[in-house]
Design a protein around this ligand. Sequence first.
Ligand SMILES: [Mn+2]
Length: 321
Amino acid sequence: MIPKLLRLIEKSSRFLVAAHRNPDGDAVASTLALSNGLAEMGKDVLAYNADPVPLTFAFLPGAAAMVREVSAESAPFDVGFILDSGELSRAGEHLAGLCTTLVNIDHHRDSELFGEVNFLDPAASSTGVLIHRLLKNCPAYRFSTQVASCIYTAIVADTGSFRFANTDGESFRIAAEMLETGIDPAEISHQLYENQQACTLRLLARALASLEVSHEGRVATVTVTLADMEQTGAGPAHTDSFINYPRSIRGVEVALLYRQEKEGLFKVGFRSRKGIDVGRIARELGGGGHANASGATVAGTRDEVEMIVLERVRAELATGK
Ligand SMILES: [Mn+2]
């Protein structure tokens, strides 16, 4: 797969790099790692996301230049790289029409083969790792501190600072290699974890007040409603790390975050310990993700959604015993 991509990069000059909407750290940082890397190779590159870059990741090199719209005049791009997206619609169906060749680079297990080239590895801790593998193999490319800080951030974000089950030797090896370019890990940690808006903590306080622990302490749930967001001035993007709190409780095997999207619709986030596959639950509900981290959107009131979700969680707890 990599030689094919190297040939494609070599013979092409105009690139679009995109990732899934509502981008997380891996999505933003992988987009910027690849777009900065291609630009350093003298290529013409546009970095795109349908949604704004969350404030937390605004420090990444190139973040300010990311666009939310691609004008028809700027098309066609020789190659469109779609990163971390599982399916094309998560980044934007319209991107296919703007690019001569589409490439899917992803580590989601259920990632669809929507690219003409699909560089997929569900064993990779993050899409950032795959971008590293690609750039590392580009002849004459040497990692700049700009690209290194993006790759390091992507790995830190998706492994929860090297704490989650996907943390592996390759992640540590790449992190070490990136540090050797001169990046500042303490500064990156500061940007990622000590740079929150007060409204995020106010919303977190409400989410924590909603905490419910059930199933003999094996399941913990927090809920964020539209009213919570309205009253604190925080938005959906501020809730990304909230699920880590129920997840952190002793004995909890499945953590759930119910986030109200609108009346009668909830986004459900799942986290689990090894051996309990919440990726399967999310897929059954029309969502996706990994065995230990997944999400789905479910219609119904909060209680109806909970019934639908807990029925499947119970089944999974029974088999995961
Ligand atoms: Mn990812």
